[in-house]
Design a protein around this ligand. Sequence first.
Ligand code: IPD
Ligand code: CA
Ligand code: CA
Length: 263
Amino acid sequence: MKPDIEQIIEIVPEASGLMTRSGFQIHDKGSRENLVTSSDLAVQDFLTARLSELLPGSGFLCEEEDLADVSGHEYVWIIDPIDGTTNYARGDENCCISVALIRGGDPFMGVVFSPWRGECYWAEKGRGAFCNGHPIHVSDRPYENGILFTAMSTYHKEWARYCSEIIYDIFMSSNDIRRTGSAAVELCLMAAGRGELYFEMCLKPWDYAAGALILCEAGGCVCSFDGEFPSLRNPSLLLAANRRDSLDRLQEAVHRHLDAMPY
Ligand code: IPD
Ligand code: CA
Ligand code: CA
C-alpha cells in the first residue's frame, strides 16, 4: 500500500531534530571538500528506520554509508540526510533533508525540509508543489532575466575550467548567478519562483531526486546532458529551468562547451 505524503511530511521534520546546532563531529570523506558529520549519519539512520516501518519491503539509495539496496523493489527511497553539509557544519541556513520516493523507477513523492530556513517543500506526482502548505509555481521570467543557480564541480576540480566556461556563457546572456551550497534547496527556490536556471556538471541522485520532482510539479523542467530526465541510479549532469525554451538554451550552452571534451 502506498504511503500518504502527510506521513512523510511528519517524519522528515522529526528527523531534523538530529541536526543540532553544535556538538556534532565532522569528518572528511577522502578529500578536504567532501564532508560528513555525525548528524548526517544520525538523520539517515532515523529516516531509514522510520520509512521502512512506513513502507515495509521498500529499497533505499542513501548518500552516507553506501546504502544502496534498490534492485527488485517497486518502491525505493532516495535520501540525502543533509544536503549542504558544508553549510550545516558552519551553521549556515542553506542545508536540508531531501527524501524522494520512487515507484517503478519514476519519482512519485518528494519532500525537502530546510529547518533553519523554516521551509518544508513537497510534491506528489500530478498534485502540484507546495511550500509550508501553500501552492508554489515557477516564475515566467525569460532566459535573459533568469537567475542561474550553479556550482563549480567542487568534488571534481579537474572539471572546473569547463564549468567556469559554461557558467560564463550563461551569465553573459542571463541576469545573474547564485551559489547557495545545497542543490536541493536551490531546485526548491526555483520551484517557488526565486530563480530560473540551473546547471551543475555532476550531481548524485540524492541531490536532485526530490527537488527535481518538486520543480517539475511547480511547472519547471529538468534534464541531463542528453535531454532526458536525469538518472536516478547514477551521477548526472543537471540542467533545470522554469520554462522549456530556457532549458533548451541551457542545453545549447552546455553542448557548445562539452561536445569537444571527452566527457
Ligand atoms: C552538495 C550540494 C551542493 C552541490 C554538490 C553536492 P552535499 O551536496 O548539493 O550544492 O554543489 O554537488 O554534492 O555534499 O552537501 O550533500
Ligand atoms: Ca547532497
Ligand atoms: Ca549530503
